[in-house]
Design a protein around this ligand. Structure first.
Ligand SMILES: [Ca+2]
Ligand SMILES: [Ca+2]
Ligand SMILES: [Ca+2]
Length: 217
């Protein structure tokens, strides 16, 4: 087809359609690692037992505009090629899923793999979210990579993406960090399974609590 032979209105319409196509954001899922707890010091997974391996956790968030089936996604660290956990479930836009080390342990036991959990090194580590692409013969594609440093992987500190500052931040309310490395602490609490909004650690004021209870007696 020779476009130059068409009348001007047809050419303008073609240009308009192409411009709308190029300028309209394409709907897609965009999965990211949203928060990491590399060195837990309490029972985070809710099984009433503390375990250095089982209570590690990693959040995955859908930052895209369409829902995504997590079945083809995996979490691993960059030490060796072992995949630590096959993910599951559907993640809708803006939704967050949290996966615990205990889940990775159970998955590894079920599949006869070395039982390592997520194996997040407490001196810092790099974690990867990878996707198995069925259109490329099962090739693994790295979707997102996050590196946390030694001071981030310390008792009950988590590292997460801060939607306010668009920076990776250190949630250190449970174990304040006063050293000189970045990221500095933000005095916010870890938020497994929840948006990375700042939740400060508020000391319980017994006097105020008693007064509040009196109002409802
Ligand atoms: Ca660890
Ligand atoms: Ca636990
Ligand atoms: Ca969170």
């Amino acid at each position: 087809m020779n476009l130059l032979s068409k009348p001007l209105p047809v050419l303008l319409l073609c240009c308009l359609v192409l411009a709308v196509f190029w300028l309209t954001p394409q709907a897609k899922a965009e999965l990211i690692i949203n928060e990491i707890m590399g060195d837990p010091n309490q029972d985070w997974d809710g099984d009433n037992t503390y375990n250095y391996r089982g209570d590690e956790w990693i959040e995955v968030k859908n930052d895209g505009t369409v829902a995504e089936d997590l079945t083809n996604y995996w979490l691993r660290d960059t030490y060796g090629d072992d995949l630590h956990l096959q993910l599951h479930g559907i993640l809708h836009p803006d939704e967050i899923a949290v996966f615990y080390g205990s889940e990775a342990v159970a998955w590894q036991q079920l599949h006869g793999q070395s039982v390592l959990g997520f194996s997040i090194n407490n001196t810092g580590d790099t974690m990867e979210l990878v996707k198995e692409d069925p259109n490329q013969g099962g090739v693994l594609i790295v979707v997102h990579t996050v590196t946390i440093l030694d001071h981030e992987a310390d008792d009950d500190r988590s590292s997460g993406w801060d939607p306010e500052t668009n920076l990776w931040s250190l949630n250190d309310a449970l174990n304040p960090y006063s050293g000189g490395f970045e990221p500095q602490g933000n005095s916010c609490q870890p938020t497994p399974g929840q948006p990375n909004d700042c939740v400060p650690l508020v000391p319980v004021d017994q006097t105020s609590w008693d007064a509040l209870k009196c109002q409802y007696r």
